[in-house]
Unconditional design. Structure first.
Length: 157
């Protein structure tokens, strides 16, 4: 039987943490992507996370889609590819199209504006989520997350 799990995504400028609430699997690494340019000028992603930090070569660049002085979401396509990768690291074979809670952990003074919120939703859905919720506030506790997963808490506050 295949289930729709919940992935809790916490984003900082220098850290990406994705927690699978069903299996407790965690991806907690640098939000870095290594991009290589071939002889024809074509760019391709060759590594994600902490491994991407050590792959800097003349034909490789490091990209962090969450690094900007004013906002947390900078590059939608790279952010999508990074979330796709992180989702694969924590998904079990019984989970498909998870529900994703995206929680920006910084640069949210005064809440997210509509464009930022929609950007996170778009990135989450394009990365494979069936539904995406954005949340701004204190870090969720395990009890609240369990309540959402079990259906005891049916809406975000």
């Amino acid at each position: 039987m295949r289930l729709r799990g919940i992935l809790y995504v916490q984003i900082w400028e220098d850290r990406l943490k994705v927690t699978n609430l069903m299996t407790k699997a965690v991806f907690d690494e640098s939000p870095t992507v290594a991009i290589k340019t071939d002889a024809n000028g074509k760019k391709s992603i060759i590594e994600f996370g902490n491994k991407a930090l050590i792959l800097l070569k003349p034909d490789t660049i490091s990209c962090n889609p969450f690094s900007h002085p004013r906002t947390l979401l900078v590059d939608l396509l790279v952010a999508q590819k990074l979330l796709e990768y992180s989702f694969k690291q924590v998904k079990s074979s019984t989970i498909f199209s998870p529900i994703v809670i995206i929680h920006p952990m910084e640069k949210v003074e005064g809440d997210l504006v509509t464009v930022e919120r929609q950007g996170f939703i778009t990135v989450g859905k394009n990365a494979g989520a069936k539904y995406v919720l954005t949340y701004v506030g204190d870090e969720y506790s395990g009890e609240i997350l369990k309540g959402i997963y079990s259906g005891e808490i049916s809406r975000m506050k």
